[in-house]
Design a protein around this ligand. Structure first.
Ligand code: SF4
Length: 437
């Protein structure tokens, strides 16, 4: 064991990438490699890259260049490796391997081959692998929180999105496999599980011939995890059955992250969205009626090619009308290899930035108002951090997802990883403040 190199992983990108990082760490530790959290001390650095939009790629490239200057042996994994395999090997002599998004399970073998002097290219043209409960995993989130991947890849082809190209078509895990992993996580003290996939409402179609989210929720309802949160629900997939299962399953949070992307039918058609024919308003009203206490989060893209003032105003009015709890806004990014890359009428970045700011300004008072409504309530808060200086805690209520939403600042007695009742006393646009009762 002593002569095995030490390895650090530099992690970029989304929670899907994070799960891949955690599996690579698990596999390396199991194979007896020393994993160092300090890149400077490690012999090898695995850079798990993101290639979602241009800004993410720039960050990945910056990390690669810095490590190359520090004379590290670099293994490039993740979405950029899948996308730019040849180019990366050509342009970065320090790269000893590139590993695709469906090949990270072979990381130990890849490292061994590089040690024998090979420059490894391990990239499946069409990623098909998905890890399960038997794949070693070394979690990097707080002890009480874990992401759980239910499916990988996507069968839709939205005009702006490179994900299907990077991560392949949808492949779901079985309900048994997901439940087995949820039980493992529960036994490790996890209090909140976030179900991850591109379109969680489509979970199961590929292996059961129809969506199985309802069945999955009911099965997870029997696992000892207080909070189960789903990421990426498509409005059209929120059928009466799914909504009933959310209502009836005690630990499934009525938190819906609906990446709507736009409201105007012409733009949605241009985006080739799976539910472009549906009228947004009707779908959202139906959800609100069926789940009156649902927390709604959504994301939009402004500046899609051809978006006129008229289209943008439609979106602004839509945001005003629906009073979402949380809204994220991205400016369009033309990605080579997607349909939108070649569309005419691309907008200048300044206009896109202006539109993003305008939309955010519309949402801010709405978010502020929603948070004000929490004042005086006693809500459950999952305690995640302790400020050693002030003794104050930081956690989240079920209205807040990690990373993207706000936090709750808590005074009083509490234990890390516990869910405690907190009386909310103050609120601003993003965060809440209160004390343990
Ligand atoms: S649904 Fe559309 S935006 Fe979402 S991952 Fe699939 S192709 Fe991309």
């Amino acid at each position: 064991m002593g002569d095995k190199p030490t390895i650090a992983i530099s992690h970029l990108g989304c929670e899907k990438n994070r799960i891949d990082t955690e599996h690579m760490l698990g596999l390396l530790v199991e194979a007896g490699y020393g994993v160092d959290s300090n890149e400077e001390l490690a012999d090898y650095v695995i850079v798990n890259t993101c290639s979602f939009i241009a800004a993410a790629r720039e960050e990945s490239v910056k990390t690669l260049v810095e490590l190359a200057e520090a004379d590290k042996k670099i293994v490039i994994t993740g979405c950029m490796a899948q996308h730019f395999q040849e180019q990366l090997l050509e342009e970065l002599p320090e790269a000893v391997a590139v590993v695709g998004t469906g090949d990270y399970d072979k990381i130990v073998n890849v490292i061994e081959r590089t040690q024998l002097g090979e420059r490894v290219k391990q990239v499946s043209a069409e990623p098909t692998f998905i890890a399960d409960e038997t794949t070693p995993r070394y979690r990097t989130t707080s002890e009480s929180l874990a992401y759980l991947r239910v499916a990988e890849g996507c069968d839709y082809r939205c005009a702006f999105c490179i994900i299907p190209h990077l991560r392949g078509n949808q492949r779901s895990r079985t309900i048994e496999s997901i439940v087995a992993e949820a039980k493992q996580l529960a036994s490790q003290g996890v209090r909140e599980i976030i179900l991850i996939s591109q379109i969680t409402t489509n979970y199961g179609i590929d292996i059961y011939n129809k969506p199985q989210l309802t069945e999955l929720f009911r099965a997870l309802g029997k696992v000892d995890i207080p909070w189960i949160r789903m990421h990426y629900a498509y409005p059209t997939g929120l059928t009466p059955d799914v909504i009933a299962a959310i209502k009836e399953t005690r630990n499934v949070l009525p938190y819906l992250d609906l990446p709507l992307q736009h409201s105007h039918p012409e733009i949605l058609r241009g985006m080739n969205r799976p539910w472009q024919g549906q009228v947004n308003d009707v779908v959202i009203e139906r959800i609100k009626e069926a789940l009156p206490n649902a927390v709604l989060r959504t994301t939009f893209i402004v500046g899609f090619p051809g978006e006129t003032e008229k289209h943008f105003r439609h979106l602004c009015e839509f945001v005003e009308r629906h009073q979402f709890d949380h809204v994220g806004v991205f400016t369009f990014s033309a990605e080579e290899g997607t349909k939108a890359y070649n569309l005419p009428n691309q907008l200048p970045q300044e206009i896109m930035d202006e539109r993003r700011d305008t939309l955010m300004k519309i949402q801010q008072p709405i978010s502020w108002q929603k948070n004000q409504l929490e004042i005086g309530k006693v809500v459950d808060v999952l305690i995640e951090q302790e400020n050693p200086i002030t003794g104050e805690f930081i956690g989240r209520s079920s209205r807040f997802a990690p990373e993207v939403d706000g936090q709750v600042y808590v005074r009083g007695e509490a234990n890390l990883g516990a869910i405690v009742p907190v009386e909310i006393q103050e609120a601003d646009v993003y965060d809440l403040y209160g004390k343990v009762v």
